[in-house]
Design a protein around this ligand. Structure first.
Ligand code: ADP
Length: 470
């Protein structure tokens, strides 16, 4: 059976462990009690027997003294009623005693006791007499004279007291056990409930958190215990989720906005053109402008698709050996006219072939974005230089411009999707703010990274760093 409540499970474990501990302790206590009772009785019997042996040896037939009671009191601390002292001859026949009123054991001397006495050894036995209810502890001790066995002294006592003491111990334990178990179970249940109360609270709060209410947080007690750390970790996770959901929402809103702008322009231009009949060159101009907007749309959708693939981790699947020098030369050639019209010198340093593993198309696009940005954000008369440094493990492709530069605060934001600095927004109508995100995603897909160093008014250096082997 599986219990769904940790509280119940903890209580059961707790009670079970306590029950086991109690049981083991009771068993140990019982054994210690038994051993010590047996030892005490044996040593007392031995004491009495030794004195009796001495008396027999000295007075011979004057066995036994009147003060047997006194003797038992000395060794047992009390004189029990069921004590027995007997005298036997070496053949095991009961001998007469002076003290006639002494009770004797209704049992003959055992063979083992006689044998031990013949060897000069005392022998302890626990016997069950048919006439008695409780077992009897018996000590048979030889009386030797000059090494010869002359008598045997038998001292016996009922184990009634020991049995009763052990039974009392067991009764007390049996009475305590359920009470202790009940107290432990109840206490354990209360402690577990108290300890787990914050978990219930967390569960209730967590149930109320949805995508629309990601700003809610779990209550932290501030105690620093395990539950507090759990609440803290969950809150941190909620914070990250909240941030990425907000980012996604911003991204969708920005994307829709950017897609809508060219469509609105095309629609407006077409509507105006259709208001009255026009000459062919006028229609052509409208169509050309519409095509430009469609190109923009196309570029934007391509960028969005690339980012979506990068997010899904399926970008750049076609890895081949690419000469970065050749790719950079193609980009420079492609953008030379654009740079020339803006009177910007565009140059490429390093002609030696530098080969990296990667997707040629994506790498071309990344370089294109960086160089295009360099030209876009550099005033007339400036320069853009592409420099390739071939390292041992990685290749650094730096695009260095003498443009408007980027402030330190801006440098953190330029990699966000759709982010464009206010300065560039006003100066440059083209670009939607996806270029650097795309370069970054391409770099990441190749196991590389994109770094920026810039100083406002002096220029920027964007460095695409790629490992030579992925
Ligand atoms: P955009 O399409 O606006 O160029 P990017 O993601 O390529 O989008 O760039 C984001 C922003 O980073 C730009 O709007 C611009 O403010 C800044 N930026 C990028 N490259 C440069 C550069 N070479 N010099 C100065 N600012 C730059």
């Amino acid at each position: 059976m599986r219990f769904r409540s940790i509280g119940v499970r903890l209580t059961l474990w707790y009670s079970g462990l306590l029950g086991c501990t109690f049981f083991v302790l009771a068993a140990i206590g019982y054994s210690l009690l038994s051993v010590s009772l047996a030892r005490e009785m044996d040593s007392a019997l031995e004491g009495v027997a030794e004195v009796l042996v001495r008396t027999v040896r000295e007075d011979d037939r004057s066995f036994f003294p009147d003060d047997v009671d006194e003797l038992f009191r000395r060794f047992f601390g009390f004189s029990p009623l069921d004590r027995r002292v007997e005298l036997f001859d070496p053949l095991g026949r009961r001998e007469d005693m002076q003290n006639r009123d002494e009770r004797s054991l209704e049992m003959p001397l055992s063979e083992a006791a006689r044998q031990a006495a013949a060897d000069g050894r005392p022998l302890f036995e626990t016997l069950q007499s048919p006439a008695e209810r409780y077992p009897i502890r018996v000590l048979t001790m030889p009386v030797l004279e000059r090494g010869r066995l002359v008598h045997l002294v038998r001292v016996a006592m009922s184990l009634e007291n020991s049995v009763a003491a052990k039974r009392r111990f067991l009764t007390v334990m049996a009475a305590i056990f359920p009470v202790a178990l009940l107290l432990a179970g109840g206490g354990g249940w209360l402690v577990a409930r108290r300890a787990l109360r914050p978990v219930d609270k967390m569960t209730r709060t967590a149930r109320k958190i949805s995508a629309e209410r990601l700003d809610r947080r779990l209550a932290e007690s501030g105690s620093g215990d395990e539950l507090d750390r759990l609440a803290n970790t969950l809150n941190e996770m909620l914070g990250r989720l909240d941030e990425s959901v907000s980012q996604m929402r911003r991204f969708s809103a920005d994307a829709s906005h950017e897609l809508q702008t060219p469509l609105t322009i095309i629609k407006g231009e077409f509507e105006v053109a259709l208001r009255r009949p026009r000459e062919r060159p006028e229609y052509e101009a409208v169509l050309r402008s519409g095509l430009e907007e469609i190109d923009r749309l196309n570029h934007l959708v391509e960028g969005l698709l690339l980012l979506a693939r990068a997010d899904a981790g399926v970008l750049a699947t076609d890895f081949q050996q690419n000469d970065i020098g050749v790719l950079a030369a193609k980009v420079v050639e492609q953008l030379t006219t654009m740079a020339a019209t803006r009177r910007i010198s565009l140059t490429l340093a390093s002609a030696a072939p530098v080969v990296v593993d990667g997707d040629g198309e994506h790498l071309y696009r990344a370089l294109m974005n960086l160089v295009d940005n360099g030209i876009k954000y550099t005033p007339e008369g400036g320069s853009v230089q592409v420099r390739i440094d071939d390292g041992a493990d990685e290749v650094r492709i730096a695009v260095i411009d003498t443009g408007i530069g980027i402030s330190t605060q801006e440098q953190e934001r330029i990699f966000h999707r759709f982010h464009r600095s206010d300065q560039t927004r006003t100066k440059n109508a083209h670009g939607v703010g996806l270029g650097l995100s795309i370069v970054q995603s391409i770099a990441a897909a190749h196991g590389g990274r994109l770094e920026v160093k810039s100083e406002p008014g002096r220029g920027s250096t964007f460095c695409l760093i790629l490992p030579k082997k992925v």
